[in-house]
Design a protein around this ligand. Structure first.
Ligand code: NI
Length: 191
């Protein structure tokens, strides 16, 4: 099956779609999207957002679904966004909080120094050029997700003594258990 042509949505794994640490795809460089090559780009980014929300993340990059294309989606809390071929063209300032997590490294979090404000250019899912000025939390998410497109993970950049495992109870119970996870995720940036 070709990894980067035709219908993208069919290339998403049905069960457990998010690729986890250890899979070499997370360390590869994603290819730029050529508009017109994929008939279902808007549908694909919608599905990415659904998977992200189901996993209680705030960002997701296509390589995390095993698809090596430069596509990211995220939601800083107010609205969902997709950026195709994102390129950070300006970075300034610094931030260290909140700690980051990653849907491909469940249970791990750590402090990562990021630019406080950025300008990111790219395209929306319909191929229209966009330019996003972001700061603070949104800027952090975009930096985390664009790193994924170059095979870079947050653990590569985390302050060494800051990495920690979030203790999750071994019992797999519904209800109370999942609420606990939501509470944890609200304090971190998981993408
Ligand atoms: Ni991530």
């Amino acid at each position: 099956m070709p990894k980067a042509s035709g219908r993208l949505i069919n290339q998403i794994r049905k069960d457990d779609p998010i690729v986890k640490y250890g899979d070499p795809v997370l360390r590869q460089i994603a290819k730029k999207v050529i508009f017109g090559a994929y008939e279902d780009l808007p549908e694909f980014t919608s599905r990415m957002l659904e998977i992200m929300y189901e996993a209680r993340g705030v960002g997701l990059a296509a390589p995390q679904l095993g698809i090596l294309l430069r596509v990211i989606v995220y939601d800083p809390g107010d609205s969902p966004r997709a950026i195709i071929n994102p390129q950070i063209i300006k970075m300034s300032g610094e931030q260290l909080d909140p700690p980051e997590g990653c849907l491909s490294l469940p249970g791990l979090r750590g402090a990562v120094k990021r630019a406080y404000s950025i300008v990111c250019k790219g395209y929306d899912e319909h191929g229209k050029p966009i330019r996003i000025r972001a700061e603070d939390y949104e800027a952090r998410i975009i930096q985390h997700e664009t790193d994924h497109l170059d095979g870079v993970l947050f653990i590569d950049k985390a302050e060494k003594d800051s990495l920690e495992w979030i203790s999750v109870d071994d019992e797999e119970e519904e209800g109370e258990e999942s609420e606990e996870v939501v509470g944890t995720m609200e304090k971190t940036t998981a993408g």
